[in-house]
Design a protein around this ligand. Sequence first.
Ligand SMILES: Cc1cc2nc3c(=O)[nH]c(=O)nc-3n(C[C@H](O)[C@H](O)[C@H](O)COP(=O)(O)O)c2cc1C
Length: 250
Amino acid sequence: MSNPVLSLLEQRRSERNFTGETIPEADLQTILRAAQQAPTSVNGQQISLVVVRNKETIAKIAELAGGQPQVATADTFIAIVIDYQRPAEAARLVGQPMVIDSSAEGLMVGTVDAGIMLQALQTAAGALGYGTTAIGAVRRDPQAMTELLGLPPRTFVAVGTTLGIIDKAKQGQVKPRVPLESFALRERYDLAAVQQGVTQYDATLRQWWDKQGLTEMPSYAASTAGYYRAIYFPHVAATLTSQGFAFKDE
Ligand SMILES: Cc1cc2nc3c(=O)[nH]c(=O)nc-3n(C[C@H](O)[C@H](O)[C@H](O)COP(=O)(O)O)c2cc1C
């Protein structure tokens, strides 16, 4: 049975090649309005977006993200900001203190809500035929990103997304995933299934890259190990702290 929502989800992939054309403001509004309907923890709505269309600012974001060309060539960049200024204003209105932003739970709440927002934005954009790539590298130099976007205390840019018109000649391919049974574990966690899935997927991804002629691309094990052998963004805690966040229970 064909279903447009399922097809969109099943066919989703990061798009890193854009035509350079401009997305009409009305479509951008549609995407933003649809994404805003995403759920948030306790309806706190502790996410704000900074929607950047100014090309010089986008170029600066690309530079801070380590010189990523897919950012520099995006029509629009949307920064997804954990924003405890909004709940703080709510607390102020009723004369209550607010401590969630200086707790581990607050970091989890904000991060989960930001991830949901990312998916909502990207799905809405995809539904209109636009391309996106999530950009975690907004955390590469989080202090400079905070200053560039004018973020006050109690806010932190969790992730961002590019948005642009897909260059169909250079469209991304749907990337395979680990076997479903090593991902969706039934009833109880199954470590052996997870580990077995890694071996299988390493070969699957190798074949996928080779088929595209990208034989120099590392497979899953090499790529993941390469990223995770060191802390690749080592200034996150410092900026979170200076923005007033903390990772503690009390
Ligand atoms: C939170 C997050 C951060 C990401 N950051 C980047 C990034 O900085 N640059 C980039 O090119 N891709 C980035 N990606 C995209 C991933 O590399 C991509 O989703 C993954 O390789 C799977 O490929 P697919 O999205 O085409 O299925 C990020 C994805 C997520 C979810």
